[in-house]
Design a protein around this ligand. Structure first.
Ligand SMILES: [Zn+2]
Length: 108
């Protein structure tokens, strides 16, 4: 067992019990996610989602969900996700479902 100074069940950010803590929700609201479509070689389009705070968000999990949803290829690296194809509008809807607020998502 630990020395007793371990923050079990208490959020280290806000000091509230984990079940009352909204830090992760706030983190999602405070982020600035940018979704844009980029043209790759041979005219292929990809959808790029950047600005994700990987300390708060499991980017690999999010990429997996999006790839499953759109049945497309893609990859996650650093703070961005690249999806094959043009999914800008749908990606925005999915991110909102995932917990991001509409105002935190910018389309370019
Ligand atoms: Zn908290």
């Amino acid at each position: 067992m630990s020395e007793g100074n371990e923050k079990t069940g208490i959020c280290s950010k806000c000091g509230l019990p984990k079940e009352l803590c909204v830090c992760e929700t706030l983190a999602k609201e405070q982020q600035k996610i940018v979704i844009r479509t980029a043209k790759k070689r041979y005219g292929k389009l990809v959808t790029e989602i950047s600005g994700i705070d990987t300390k708060q968000i499991d980017i690999k999990d999010l990429a997996k969900k999006l790839k499953q949803k759109f049945a497309c290829g893609g990859s996650a690296k650093k703070d961005s996700i690249i999806l094959q194809g043009e999914h800008k509008t749908e990606v925005k809807k999915e991110l909102i479902k995932y917990g991001f607020t509409e105002s935190s998502i910018e389309e370019k």
